[in-house]
Design a protein around this ligand. Sequence first.
Ligand SMILES: [Zn+2]
Length: 363
Amino acid sequence: MPEQLLSLRNVDPQGDGGLRDAMHRDFGPFSQGTFVDGSGAAVGEPIDVPHFDAVHLEHPDDDGAMAARQVVVPPVVVADPHAAATSLAIATPSGAVHQLNLADLPSHPAVLPPPVRDKLFGSAGARLVFPVIAERFESEDQFLALVEGLRAWIVSKPPFNQDGVGDQLALRALFWPSHPDVGLFGTGDSQCRDRLFFGDRVVAKRLLDPFIGAAPASLILINSTVRGGAGGSPGYSAWASIAEAPFEHWQAVGLHEIGHALGLGDEYLDAQRQNENPATLEPNISAAPRADQSPWRARINVDGTLAPSHPTGAPEVPPGAIGTFQGARYRTDRYRATAHCLMRETTSDFCPICQDHIRAVLG
Ligand SMILES: [Zn+2]
């Protein structure tokens, strides 16, 4: 049998005797796995089985705001099971052995063939080439039309609608036909919970890295009527379904991720990530409450001596106000420049400070 990717995605936390708890990162990165045959005899060499991982993923919330949640993601076993193997026995650090039926583990080929279509929308010399990958599409034409439409939508938005900026962004459409229910990466509709919608991210990374490994960010486009997406995890693709919702566009999830790829930080609060404290803040985030001490002090149009100019819950803010708005990069002691921005909610355009940065990087 050729090498496969076996996902522990369907392992049931109730029905497996606590395998998820036993395979926790606190106990080390791996447990030991052994393939066994129908009689229970070991076949083949022991393998490392990575542990479950907890990650923070962002998603569009039902009011258009970006939100984030911590989720436990399944490990993926890279193995070449013996032809006689019927199950995988996992010896966890506690000494317990759990036996998983191979037929219950979603399996994927370990490598993808080259894409059926690899088409660039935009200039080959663009400074940012953003890969968009088809998931659950059978029709190449449908997918290519959506990617072309995504680029047209982006270059209608500031600052990409300005001379010399939109030209520097190209979308690279990568098409593999896949099953309309589960796709290449196990992205079935049942994977979507409260708008956090993603497939097997480890499988996707392994399969896509040979084609898009050098790209700073990428988007897996899910052909589904269920609204959702996931992102915010460096090194892994973001996800967005093509389902529309009132007052928002699926395209905005892709553009938010492009914002990250260009170096912008999130402008929303998230209690689970409030302890993150990078050595260097992104250019759209200020640690200084006073607007006249913020990185964008040259652009403010409010009283810069207030700390901050706009605390949480401040009364009506005049449109276009640039100051220090309390709450950014997951914390209440970080500040953003404006009330609204695409780095905060999918219903807004980029704020002037984010636009300045994108122009500086791409223009
Ligand atoms: Zn912004």
